[in-house]
Design a protein around this ligand. Structure first.
Ligand code: AMP
Ligand code: ZN
Length: 491
């Protein structure tokens, strides 16, 4: 796998430390609100990375934290406490908020076919580990007590500031976002490891510690949770690009100061999903969630396809029009797969399949070129040297990584077609009828499109239903709608 490493600023051959086993860590969500589809872009691309590594033959152990404590509105330890903000907004306890939005996050992930990491650890589970690490950092002289809080002393490091795609400006903590600078800090880049004297007197979750009752800073959780489940060396660390600084630089500082050696060799950062107006936000404008996409009649997997169509190191602009295009592409793909005939009595031709798999893997291992990998799906669909059974086998094989669910969705379309055509007119069900001399393939294709149009109309997705109407017209198909269904003929 050739992967761009943000630490070295170049594309490199990814090499795990221990043979075939990859240790992979992902910064998880802060569970004070629903994830927006920008957050989920990061998780989709990280999911594809994990699956691509598995496809290549690696064993991957992936760990993710759930941030349910310590994350302040500014990543630099200032501003309001995010969890507390969520609890106040909804008049619930912090733990209720955390549980609710953790469940909501995984529900979104399921809809997007994002696999749950092997280990998921809420930050509040590991307080003892944080205290141990902080004690050791104090002992080693990397941390200090000031104004009741424990801070990490960045001046004690030989190197700081490893992701130097950020400039000095970014370090000017306290001058951005109208937040106050913290006078306790010896150096402006220092960060909180443990809060005892919080300006948030109503902080809900507090624990006993050698420095008094308090709670951890945000960054310590990832260093400890990663060490707890993946050991002293990490092969791959992922997150959205905004996590690179200060969160990831701080994770490196405290981990390497604690361990006394280098910690994580490869850093994978997903660039942002933006709206035309700029940064995606949970508070400004339309709050774009998976549920909102569904309410508007979109299949969440069309959003997954939208993400896969562009490279993870490019910013991606979201618009409804762009999503419409992806949704159109998605339903066309499903219909084309539905037109392939499964046959349980036949085996796929594995020899013939091989070159297609190789091309697919080559795209993925070129810094996760997902849009190129998707062209392999088209290659298979139009291949003349593959039978339907081998095509379906290959599409299923690619879906181990792409997870677009094309084969499953196509099976549903086929089943719906079978029942739709079997239903007598006037039964109250939607029926589709065509000319008696239509070939099986033609009938399946038109029926699939009409079924998709029916679904789109039911979901009030007019853009999609219009698009299908145009597609049918371009195929020379004339449709007569009735209350109970549609009858089609050739123009
Ligand atoms: P949070 O819940 O704020 O901790 O963020 C969860 C993940 O989403 C982190 O990896 C962030 O870096 C990432 N993220 C935040 N905003 C965006 C965005 N607009 N596009 C892509 N990823 C994002
Ligand atoms: Zn993290």
């Amino acid at each position: 796998m050739q992967l761009y490493n943000s630490l070295t600023h170049q594309k490199e051959t990814f090499k795990p430390r221990f043979g075939n086993d990859v240790s992979m860590y992902t910064c998880g969500p802060t569970v004070y609100h629903f994830a927006h589809i920008g957050n989920l872009r990061s998780y989709i691309m990280e999911d594809v990375l994990e699956k691509a590594l598995r496809y290549e033959g690696y064993n991957v152990k992936r760990v993710m934290n759930i941030t349910d404590v310590g994350h302040l509105a500014s990543d630099a330890d200032t501003g309001e406490d995010k969890m507390l903000k969520g609890a106040k907004r909804e008049n619930k306890t912090v733990m209720q908020i955390a549980q609710f939005y953790t469940d909501a996050f995984f529900a979104d992930c399921r809809k997007l076919n994002i696999k749950t990491p092997d280990v998921v650890e809420p930050a509040t589970n590991c307080i003892d580990e944080y205290i141990d690490m902080i004690e050791k950092l104090l002992e080693k002289g990397y941390a200090y007590l000031a104004g009741g809080n424990i801070y990490f002393d960045t001046s004690k490091l030989n190197k700081y500031y490893v992701f130097n795609d950020h400039d000095e400006e970014d370090l000017a903590v306290g001058v951005r976002d109208d937040v106050e600078a913290d006078d306790n800090k010896r150096n402006k880049a220092d960060f909180v490891l443990w809060f005892t004297k919080s300006k948030f007197e109503d902080q809900a979750l507090k624990w006993d510690s050698p420095w008094g009752v308090g709670y951890p800073g945000w960054h310590i959780e990832c260093s400890c949770i990663s060490k707890k489940h993946l050991g002293e060396y990490l092969d791959l660390h992922c997150g959205g690009i905004d996590n690179a600084f200060p969160h990831h630089t701080n994770e490196i500082d405290q981990s390497e100061a604690y361990l006394g050696h280098e910690w994580c060799s490869t850093w994978f950062h997903v660039h942002h999903l933006n709206t035309a107006g700029g940064k995606m936000s949970k508070s400004k404008g339309e709050f774009l969630t998976v549920s909102l996409l569904e309410e508007k009649g979109y299949n969440p997997l069309a959003y997954r396809l939208f993400c896969l169509q562009s490279h993870y190191r490019q910013n991606l602009v979201f618009s409804w029009e762009n999503l419409d295009n992806a949704a159109g592409t998605y339903s066309k793909l499903v219909n084309r797969v539905a037109a392939l005939k499964p046959d349980d009595s036949k085996q796929p031709n594995l020899e013939a399949a091989k070159p297609y798999q190789e091309k697919f893997l080559k795209a993925l291992t070129n810094d996760l070129n997902t849009s190129l990998a998707i062209t392999s799906v088209y290659d298979v669909l139009k291949a003349r040297d593959l039978d339907s059974v081998t095509k379906l086998y290959l599409l299923g094989d690619f879906d181990r990584v792409l997870s677009l669910g094309l084969v499953e969705a196509a099976a549903k379309v086929r089943a719906a077609n079978a029942t739709a055509t079997a239903k007598p007119a006037g039964s109250g069900e939607y029926t589709i009828a065509g000319p008696a001399d239509a070939s099986e393939e033609e009938a399946a294709k038109v029926t699939a499109l009409l079924t998709a149009r029916y679904e789109a109309r039911k979901a009030k997705n007019w853009a999609e239903s219009d698009r299908i109407r145009d597609e049918l017209a371009a195929m020379g198909v004339v449709v007569k709608d009735s209350k109970d269904g549609a009858v089609w003929s050739r123009a």
